[in-house]
Design a protein around this ligand. Structure first.
Ligand SMILES: Nc1ncnc2c1ncn2[C@@H]1O[C@H](COP(=O)(O)OP(=O)(O)OP(=O)(O)O)[C@@H](O)[C@H]1O
Length: 589
């Protein structure tokens, strides 16, 4: 009997031991750091997670270290208070609270402690939940909220949020100042817009269905224009909680637009007037000619003037390319800004950069003071690049960069300069051919070749010759009136090929007025001089004069206007050539 009793007790003891092992294992392997605290603060047991959290081993802690040893100074008093309360008046002690514990390395963790007493003892069990990361997130969110609040408060525009029923939830400082009211003063339409009912333009339902809306309106309260952007503010479940409205004063922009619009309307009117009054246009902004070819040119000029895009004027030398460029500029909104013509072929390659971009004092020997470049000089206006085909490839890249809005740096300068210029280019060369031969960059070509205008050679529009003759002769001063040109001469004029185009015609007539003789070099139909002035024989001096001029013109033409080459071909120095060109009124581009 006694033996069987022993067996029962033994079995019970074994079961109890097994249970204890089981619970011990659960305690040990629990994923939450757990500690057992005695009444005198001693830690009697910890699990593995506590070892990880506090950096001490079981052997170092259990029965040896005081629980309060890990508490930070600021929390100490509170933790002691709870410890006693829990043992004397358990209902009054909090079941969980937050505190900060310091580990072996001095690292501080934010811990949420959940505590319970072991019934019938003065021992408590505490589970420690490390909430450091969560606390950090909350802290960052708070910081961010404070930043946003500061931004919103300092935002110079007006900002408010309101509920679906127009009740205001928030108004920012500037709006409060403007209205002298706060968010509790009434619905948005009353406080912000001084109305007695919802604004007609307010799409409240649209915004609460998730749409962002923008309107521009003139506020009758202060007669200023506002851009009003209204956006939904959503809750986490995707519903719209509030409507946020931002109002930015755009009065200046609106007025600038208005000025532009009226200027454009004026220009349109002017263009229309010009078009209608010139069904049979004989002259157009200083350009003379009534041929159908020139009527097309006039239309293109009007188009170009209204557009602001880059223009390329193509045509032989002397066809009036610069005149056309001036007309475009004069009819465009830039008319009151500079028109800067530049003959690209006349600028030595080494000086190109300083000519276009300018330089700063001391940039190189001889740079005694700052000098503005052509791009800056033409700021707001038009830069006319005559003989654009003469710009070397390296310079094309730099110009392109400047024109694409990247700006440029004057030589010796540190800062980038950006100018707003319109480019009109001109050339007598075959630009496509130059691109194909690699002498013109393709991107440069496309940047310029937006509105091409082709100027016909004079031989292709001989119907304009009488008008041009009349135009030039009447502009030339002459004692005793102008000699008349008879029909045969006019006929000879219309048969001549005019390699120098209108400029050549102008020069021929100038000679006629000053020397009294009419001389057409390379005349195809014989010499009309004698017929024009019967009985009068030119003296040697006059003949030599004409001959020399003719030779110069021809050589310049062959050398495509290059003065250095022309001088070399003629065996004279460049200065002598230039003196003679001035005397004979020749241009050598
Ligand atoms: N249609 C025209 N009506 C009046 N004058 C003209 C006309 N075409 C050209 N001219 C005159 O002829 C001269 C040469 O014109 P312009 O300089 O504009 O020609 P261009 O084509 O630019 O010449 P280049 O290619 O040699 O620079 C100027 O004096 C200009 O006033």
């Amino acid at each position: 009997m006694k033996d069987s009793q022993n067996v029962v007790w033994q079995e019970r003891a074994e079961k109890a031991e097994e249970d204890a092992r089981f619970y011990r294992m659960i305690f040990e392997k629990s994923t939450a750091p757990t500690i057992v605290i005695e009444a005198d603060y001693t830690i009697s047991r910890i699990n593995e997670r506590v070892e990880e959290l506090l950096g001490y081993s079981k052997e170092e802690i259990e029965g040896k270290i005081d629980w309060l040893r890990f508490a930070v100074k600021e929390d100490l008093e509170r933790m002691m208070r709870y410890h006693h309360l829990r043992r004397n008046d358990p209902a009054a002690a909090p079941g969980e609270y937050e505190c900060r514990l310091m580990n072996r390395d001095g690292q501080i963790h934010d811990i949420l402690i959940k505590l319970d007493m072991i019934r019938g003892t003065t021992t408590s069990v505490a589970t420690l939940v490390n909430v450091t990361a969560e606390k950090e997130v909350v802290k960052t969110l708070r910081q961010r909220e404070a930043e946003f609040r500061a931004i919103v408060e300092h935002f110079t525009g007006f900002l408010y949020t309101c509920h679906r029923d127009y009740r205001l939830a928030y108004i920012n400082g500037p709006l409060g100042e403007r209205t002298g009211k706060d968010a509790n003063s009434g619905p948005c339409y009353e406080v912000v817009y001084g109305r007695t009912e919802p604004c007609l333009w307010c799409e409240n339902d649209e915004v609460f269905s998730g749409k962002t809306l923008e309107v521009e309106r003139l506020d009758p309260l202060d007669e200023r224009w506002y851009s009003i952007v209204t956006t939904p503010i959503g809750g986490e479940d995707g519903s719209v909680l509030l409507r946020q409205t931002v109002m930015v004063d755009i009065t200046e922009r609106k007025m600038a637009e208005e000025r532009m619009r009226s200027r454009a309307a004026l220009l349109m009117e002017e263009n229309e007037r010009l078009k209608s009054s010139m069904k049979d246009r004989y002259r157009f902004h200083g350009i003379v000619g009534k041929s159908p070819e020139m009527q097309c040119v006039y239309d293109r000029i009007l188009q170009a003037a209204g557009s602001g895009a880059a223009v390329v004027i193509r045509g032989e030398s002397g066809t009036g390319k610069e005149l056309v460029a001036q007309a475009i500029h004069g009819l465009s909104p830039r008319a009151d800004k500079p028109f800067v013509p530049v003959n690209c072929g006349a600028i030595p390659e080494t000086l190109m950069e300083s000519e276009f971009f300018g330089y700063k004092k001391g940039a190189f020997t001889g740079a005694a003071e700052d000098k503005k470049g052509l791009l800056e000089m033409a700021g707001g206006g038009t830069l006319f690049l005559d003989e654009v085909g003469e710009i070397p490839l390296s310079m094309q890249v730099k110009l392109l960069r400047a024109l694409e809005g990247n700006g440029f740096r004057p030589l010796g300068g540190r800062e980038h300069v950006r100018t707003d210029i319109r480019i009109i280019a001109a050339t007598h060369r075959n630009m496509e051919g130059m691109v194909a031969e690699g002498r013109m960059r393709q991107d440069f070509f496309y940047r310029l070749h937006i509105i091409p205008i082709h100027l016909p050679a004079l031989r292709k529009r001989t119907s304009d010759i009488p008008l041009l003759v009349e135009h030039f002769l009447s502009a030339m001063e002459h004692d005793g009136g102008l000699p008349k040109l008879d029909a045969r001469i006019m006929e000879a004029f219309s048969k001549y090929t005019w390699p120098g185009n209108v400029r050549e015609l102008q020069n021929v007539l100038q000679r006629y007025v000053t020397l009294g003789s009419l001389d057409l070099p390379l005349m195809e139909e014989g010499d009309v001089n004698g017929e024009m002035r019967p009985g009068e024989i030119q003296n040697l001096k006059e003949r030599l004069f004409m001959r020399e001029r003719e030779i110069l013109m021809e050589t310049l033409r062959r050398c495509k206007g290059h003065r250095g080459h022309t001088a070399e071909m003629l065996g004279i120095d460049r200065r002598t050539l230039e003196r003679k060109m001035a005397r004979y009124d020749l241009r050598g581009e």
